[in-house]
Write a protein that binds this ligand. Structure first.
Ligand code: ZN
Length: 263
């Protein structure tokens, strides 16, 4: 692994914070500002964090910015449709090349997440300020490094419940239980191409969830986990003639083999 800092871009649609007074009180500079601060606080010099928002040119995600992004964290809810298809295509391509992707909270319904999952990604929800108990079901996973105990609790959340229409996750890291009785696969990993994807559900805009120490730790751990690793291969499907090693001359169609198969 390289010693270079992980280049993180935190993307936020940045709408609720400008249109809803109660959200503005929790996140006066936007959810992206609090997420960035959390990642910097946890990872220090190991990261370089920038932010991007929907209202910027090319939705803040130009080819140049994405080329310099190792991990993209995404928060969207009210304006999934306003993200341009060209940007979705570009983000998807970068994930296949190895860029990590953190899908936060209502990002489950974003164009990019649904495209990568190829399912509806729909779920059930309820806004009743109920308690969530987040059970750690993969305690040796790097995404839960440093968390204490078997679970942690969030006093007031929006409930997200099963059935969550996602493909079977590669790894299930957390399962949440809610006061009203539902359960939810709240922390899931996927791989697409060389890219690592982590979906994490706590993060509703009406509650200060991104100030919670456990949530912050999980998101920072996920940045480190999702950072590109491995070989330089980038999935460039291509014809590889001539071969690396000599291949003895063969008939393309061997008549004797055909005769043998017809017996
Ligand atoms: Zn929400």
């Amino acid at each position: 692994m390289t010693d270079k800092p992980i280049r993180v871009t935190v993307w936020n649609e940045f709408i609720h914070e400008r249109t809803c007074e109660s959200t503005r009180m929790i996140y006066p500079d936007g959810i992206h500002a609090v997420l960035s601060a959390a990642i910097r606080e946890q990872l220090g010099a190991a990261v370089e964090v920038r932010t991007a928002t929907l209202d910027q040119p090319e939705n803040g995600l130009t080819a140049e910015i994405l080329a310099r992004t190792d991990v993209l964290a995404w928060w969207g809810h009210a304006a999934h449709d306003q993200v341009s298809d060209a940007v979705v295509e570009r983000v998807h391509q970068r994930v296949l090349e190895g860029m990590g992707f953190l899908a936060l909270h209502s990002t489950h319904a974003s164009k990019i997440f649904r495209r990568m999952m190829a399912t509806s990604c729909m779920l059930r929800w309820r806004e009743a300020a109920e308690k969530e108990r987040v059970w750690i079901v993969d305690p040796s996973h790097p995404i839960v490094d440093g968390l204490e105990g078997e679970f942690f609790e969030l006093p007031q959340v929006e409930m997200y419940g099963e059935f969550f229409d996602i493909p079977r996750p590669d790894e299930l890291i957390t399962i949440s239980w809610f006061e009203g009785g539902e359960v939810f696969r709240s922390g899931c990993t996927f791989r697409r191409g060389k890219g690592k994807i982590f979906y994490f559900s706590p993060g509703h805009e009406a509650f200060p969830l991104y100030y919670d120490a456990n949530v912050r730790k999980i998101i920072a751990n996920a940045v480190r986990w999702a950072a590109p690793r491995g070989s330089s291969y980038v999935g460039d499907g291509r014809n590889i003639e001539p071969s690396l090693s000599p291949i003895a001359a063969k008939h393309v169609v061997d008549e004797s083999l055909h005769a043998h198969l017809k017996k």
